[in-house]
Design a protein around this ligand. Structure first.
Ligand SMILES: Cc1ncc(COP(=O)(O)O)c(C=O)c1O
Length: 391
């Protein structure tokens, strides 16, 4: 077992060391980028003796990341994918067949909704998009054919929470898997396995990379059998992460807790600033006492994260003026990176959801999503202040 993989090691030790050993050939402290298609086999009878045959199936750099992510989440094994969407696709098709039913959080990343509705539903899987913030609503939606519940908590972009322990208990009692998208809080703040979830998915594009350098995804499994099912899909569909992306993500993971603590502290400051600003109508931040699920946020996670939502007075036009007037913040899709980003979900990340549905889910036309980065918080606040003056 690698020095970093011991389960009783602290999180920071695991984020630096798990999955990574000095390279046996050279002693290089970083896992090399194994940029290779194939692996020479010593003989027909000793095929895949070292575990590798072809890089669509396995790659040592990708394997290092998979091992690290499993160690951080407290899972048994992980599988890394070319994007977060590829990871979500893989976990859904690994456990769903035609005729099955799945329950998915109604507020969820727009790409996940599109995958379920416009791709997987064509293959005979039925989806119900439920308010998973209400465990009773999940229970009421379960049927004999339900195989899994997929929740995203906090959910992108309204930060609505699902009580992971409550939903896991309901699912487990009926033999249904509970899969949690843990992208927004990462294992540093939230451990779905400890709360009873069966599988965890990530867009590693966000905090795990953290540097706006890659797109990637991962599924972390609680059992070897689940990992085998997910890895089968990873190989069969050819959706594995590339070695270079895995290498960059390995480096990002090493500073995860440090970045998240600094970004989340800045987010709390920014949320308080916006909350007190006369031009701001509403602030959404789980750390604020006014957040409707503040108690749940405090109970099931050890931090509130670095995403803040707000609505500027004067509606969508005022909001757009603010987003166009910021200088230090970048108007861009993505979140969780060292660069602070501002996004307009209605025209950007959630544009594929119908206006009536967005309104029902609380994704208002004027909603601004802020992903707080690692810049000096006072500079970020000063920039918002000058932009709000133009709202
Ligand atoms: C919570 C969440 N899950 C999954 C995804 C999809 O990840 P990717 O863009 O890496 O495919 C995103 C993307 O924004 C997301 O925010």
């Amino acid at each position: 077992m690698s020095r970093g993989n011991r389960p009783n090691n602290g999180f920071a030790t695991r984020q630096v060391h798990a999955g990574v050993e000095p390279d046996p050939a050279t002693g290089a402290i970083l896992t090399p980028i194994h940029q290779t298609t194939t692996y020479v086999q010593p003989s027909v009878d000793r095929y895949r003796e070292k575990g590798y045959s072809y890089s669509r199936s396995h790659n040592p750099t990708v394997r290092a990341l998979e091992t690290k992510l499993a160690a951080l989440e407290g899972g048994v094994d992980g599988c890394a994918f070319g994007t977060g969407m590829a990871a979500i696709h893989a976990v859904l098709v690994a456990f769903l067949n035609a005729g099955d039913h799945a329950i998915v959080s109604d507020v969820i990343f727009g790409g996940t909704l599109r995958l379920c509705r416009q791709v997987l539903a064509r293959f005979g899987v039925e989806f119900t998009f439920a308010d998973t913030s209400d465990p009773a609503a999940v229970e009421a939606t379960l049927r004999g054919e339900t195989r899994l519940v997929l929740t995203e908590t906090p959910a992108n972009p309204t930060l609505k929470l699902t009580d992971i322990a409550a939903v896991s208990e309901i699912a487990r009692a009926r033999g249904v898997l509970h899969i949690v998208d843990n992208t927004l809080l990462t294992p540093w703040y939230q451990r779905p396995f400890a709360l009873g979830a069966d599988l965890v998915v990530h867009s590693t594009t966000k905090y795990l990379d953290g540097h706006n350098a890659t797109v990637g995804g991962a599924v972390v499994c609680a059992t070897a059998e689940q990992a085998e099912a997910v890895r089968f899909v990873q190989n069969a569909t050819g959706s594995i992460m590339s070695p270079f992306v895995a290498w960059l993500t390995l480096q990002g993971c090493k500073t995860l807790s440090v970045r998240m603590d600094a970004q989340s502290a800045a987010a709390a400051e920014i949320a308080a600033f916006l909350d007190a600003h006369p031009k701001v109508e509403r602030v959404i931040y789980p750390g604020l006492a006014s957040f409707p699920q503040h108690a749940l946020a405090s109970r099931q996670a050890s931090g509130y994260g670095a995403m803040v939502g707000c609505e500027v007075r004067g509606g969508v036009e005022s909001g757009k003026r603010v987003m166009d007037a910021v200088e230090l913040w970048s108007l861009a899709e993505n979140l969780g990176t060292v660069e602070s980003l501002v996004t307009h979900p209605v025209t950007m990340t959630h544009a594929n959801i119908a206006p009536e549905e967005r309104a029902r889910l609380g994704i208002s036309d004027g909603l601004i999503r802020l992903s707080v980065g690692l810049e000096t918080p006072a500079d970020l606040i000063a920039d918002l202040d000058q932009a709000l003056a133009r709202a």
